[in-house]
Design a protein around this ligand. Structure first.
Ligand SMILES: [Zn+2]
Length: 263
């Protein structure tokens, strides 16, 4: 499996992806908003884009579909509940489905509601797992739930699915938000040294060559995976004095999600 992360340099800070089979040169484009950059990258590598996959239905993820499909003839895949809302989807996806790219790439489909209720993540098989997680999980953060999402569902996705994946899994999100997210982590957990060190390192990173985290790293630097940290809980009580003495993880997650919305 060959992964190409494509920085769109737009104001939403979107990342697009190409996943290619090294044997056949077939490629899958994930959320190819900047269809020209995606096509150029594929041409340069000698790949043929045969499939487009949308992680979810938001405009900054589907906006390149039509132009790219027109130029390549690629078919469009998305969550089964997004069929009809995303134009020209020819294959609806659900949990347990598999997406193949060429001969050598197999991606498992995870049904991951929360950011929207028709959101999929892709998990690659093989020795080095990679998670293409759209707007569900960001580097050092979590997706918002403002536009068709539900925080409680997002928590279930984090705790019931993402937390159980192999810790060495590489994390490929739909946006470059890492610096802002690390600042949020530090506002919630000022004594989080790994987050501080990573922020110092990445403050001015070139998103064309972005740092790729693993779930292991996320457990250290992502507040939404640090729900039992005494500092996180103590700081949270400053904002929410009614917080129980030993809050359950779901409560901590939902309060953090709430705070991030106004921060
Ligand atoms: Zn979105």
């Amino acid at each position: 499996m060959i992964v190409r992360q494509i920085w769109t340099a737009n104001s939403y800070r979107n990342f697009n992806y190409l996943i290619a089979c090294g044997e056949t040169g077939e490629a899958l484009a994930i959320d190819p908003l900047d269809h020209e950059k995606c096509l150029k990258a594929a041409e340069k590598a000698g790949w043929r884009i045969t499939q487009i996959l949308n992680t979810h239905e938001h405009g900054d993820h589907i906006g390149g579909n039509e132009a790219l499909a027109k130029k390549t003839g690629a078919k469009i895949l998305a969550h089964k509940n997004a069929v009809g809302r995303i134009p020209h989807v020819s294959q609806g996806l659900g949990a347990g489905d598999v997406v193949n790219v060429g001969k050598s790439v197999t991606l498992d489909v995870l049904d991951t509601p929360g950011h929207t209720m028709s959101h999929v993540c892709l998990l690659s098989r093989g020795d080095q797992r990679a998670l293409f997680c759209g707007d569900t999980l960001f580097n050092a953060g979590a997706g918002n739930c403002h536009h068709g999402g539900h925080p409680a569902e997002l928590y279930k996705t984090f705790s019931g699915q993402l937390a159980n994946l192999p810790t060495s899994t590489l994390v490929y999100p739909g946006h470059d938000y890492i610096a802002n997210n690390l600042r949020f982590t530090l506002s919630r957990e000022p004594d989080n040294r790994p987050a501080k060190e990573l922020l110092d390192k990445l403050e001015d990173q070139d998103p064309n060559n972005a740092f790729v985290t693993t779930l292991d790293v996320e457990r250290e630097i992502n507040t939404f995976f640090r729900l039992t940290s005494p500092t996180v809980i103590a700081k949270l009580r400053e904002a929410f004095p009614d917080l129980p003495e030993k809050p359950d993880q779901r409560t901590v997650f939902l309060k953090l999600r709430e705070l991030r919305n106004v921060w």
